[in-house]
Design a protein around this ligand. Structure first.
Ligand code: 13P
Length: 255
């Protein structure tokens, strides 16, 4: 059985004060939820404050990136032990915006995942094709390469500690959600890749989130698909009403 996990990727939004207000409200509104794992991923500068508010709550805390070295002359970077030190539990790695705008590659993703695991952070590893790739019928090739390279060299035990996220780039922030069938098809493909890499027992325990224009109206249908185990939510995670509804609307989905 895989527990549904809903994570809010706030991207470059909310100051510390705004973040404190928001997580204080979420804590109040979602404190009775046990059926779904809930995570919020604020900007680096708001993490320590959010960590204090969320301590011993049912809402987990994630960062949006991490560097692979622990310390040293790497201006502007933040390391896994530093995140761990302030109570961060999850970290998004390889988001398409980082791949597109900041030169993230499968190789850097692999190194970051390794560093996260070494320090006990749960990586949320993102993959996804662009519109051009989908239209050229290259979706499965692209996903295969991203998964094989980003997840190279990890043991079955390590793979089980990760969360994967399929985010078709054309569905991010565009209002165009992949249909639940389109999403399920790719999720199933990713799980089959995991079966080939590490066997059925391992593959069946790994949670794979969907991301891209997730809303209260489509979360239930998406998470009702066999291989969709939750969502990585962008825009709709910034508003109180929509994030709370997204979590509540999938509480009764059984995997
Ligand atoms: P939207 O939900 O705004 O489409 O963003 C998805 C995303 O990129 C989450 O990581």
């Amino acid at each position: 059985m895989r527990k549904i996990i809903i994570a809010g990727n706030w991207k470059l939004n909310k100051t510390s004060l705004e973040a404190i207000d928001f997580v204080t409200m979420l804590k109040r509104q979602l404190d009775d939820v046990t059926a779904v794992d809930i995570v919020v991923c604020p900007v680096f500068t708001a993490l320590a404050d959010c960590s204090e508010v969320l301590e011993s709550s049912n809402i987990g805390l994630g960062a949006q990136d991490v560097y692979w070295e622990d310390s040293g002359a790497f201006t502007g970077e933040v390391s896994a032990p530093m995140l761990k030190d302030i109570g961060v539990q999850y970290v998004i790695i390889g988001h398409s915006e980082r791949r597109q705008f900041f030169g993230e590659t499968n190789t850097s993703v692999q190194k970051k995942v390794k560093a996260a695991l070494k320090h006990g952070l749960i990586p949320i590893v993102c993959v996804g094709e662009t519109l051009q790739e989908r239209e050229a019928n290259r979706t499965f090739d692209v996903i295969k390469k991203q998964c094989e390279e980003s997840l190279a060299g990890f043991s079955a035990e390590e793979i089980q500690k990760m969360i994967l996220a399929y985010e078709p780039v054309w569905a991010i922030g565009t209002g165009k959600t992949a249909t639940s069938q389109q999403a399920q098809e790719v999720h199933q493909f990713i799980r089959q890749l995991l079966v080939k890499m590490h066997g059925k027992d391992t593959a069946s325990t790994v949670r794979i989130q969907y991301g891209g224009s997730v809303k209260p109206e489509n979360i239930k249908e998406l998470t009702s698909q066999e291989d969709i185990d939750g969502a990585l939510v962008g825009g709709a995670s910034l508003k109180e009403d929509s994030f709370v509804k997204i979590v509540k609307n999938c509480c009764d989905v059984q995997k």
